[in-house]
Design a protein around this ligand. Sequence first.
Ligand code: HEM
Length: 331
Amino acid sequence: MKHSLNDSLLKLGEERKPPAEEQAIAGIAKLQTDIMKATNPHLRGQHPKAHGCVEAEFTVLPDIPKALQVGVFQYPKTYKAIIRFSNGKSASDLDPDVHGMAIKVFGIKGKKALPADDSDVQDFILIDNEVFFASDAESLLGFMMARVAAQKNPNAVKEFMEKSEHNARTVALAQKALKKELPSPLAVPYWSTVPYKFGEGAVKYSVKPAESNQVAMPQPPSENYLRDAMIEHLTKQQKQAVFDFYVQVQTDAETMPIEDPTVVWTSLEVKVATIQIAPQNFNTPEHNKRCEESSFTPWHALEVHRPLGGINRARKPVYEASSVLRHQQVS
Ligand code: HEM
């Protein structure tokens, strides 16, 4: 596993860019847009299927530790938010997959991570797996290329795995991230997997559902049962859904690396906010259109919450290209 990328001691929150990263990122961006161009209409390059976009409130708690009163979390306040729940890849909810929870909080003032960003939003993007499967941009590109090659050569992924232990681990982690049984998008925990700046330090984010969000698996589940579960909860039963939002502070730069999101951090998670999703009818043509047209990216962030690490650096051009390509076709 590659933790420190050269010999000098790592500081907390410090990024270390590997030498060939830029070429790898360019390769990922090209592959990702090629994949999108093959679909008509062009949907999101990843997480194309939404289960719904809901309106929510994001409440920063009072009495959070002083060191964590940073940026969005500087003082207690309730913000308006929207949340898009999604599948990673699959059109059918019956297929094992990663699931996404993308939160957009409105009304956030302050210096942004991207100078051109004049919006008032802070996005938090999470999946229902504690780690990301690829340690860095180069490993991700190798894996993506093997997947593309597998369309013509059924042994391509096996050949990629046989090249190194690192490749074999990447494929194993990608498979392990695919969850089979998920009763509802409202009933599971989510993690950022990758780190973010938090003032002077660094954190990962996570979100955990309240006990009252739990439901049983539908029997038998249908291809769209995850949207149906949200409709049942929020619209038919008129029940609210609640999540707690946590930050996990990096306390050791070597064992909780910035540049390798395949490693689980072991520090405590601290609750800093709650998310309330009130009963609502989100499954309307207008809501669904707004959901499709929305763009979430980890780079919609305050400078004090800037995305960190190679996978986040790779996401900058890729999410932008994906969003531009999607919006070109509707304009
Ligand atoms: C370099 C690695 C990654 C690449 C190339 C990538 C690629 C993409 C792309 C192209 C989109 C669609 C963007 C759009 O059209 O608006 C997307 C969405 C998404 N990605 Fe990633 N991603 C990466 C890493 C991650 C990581 C580490 C997470 C973990 C939280 C993640 C979670 C998501 C989620 C939840 C969405 C859906 C956002 C929405 O609802 O609009 N991705 N990704």
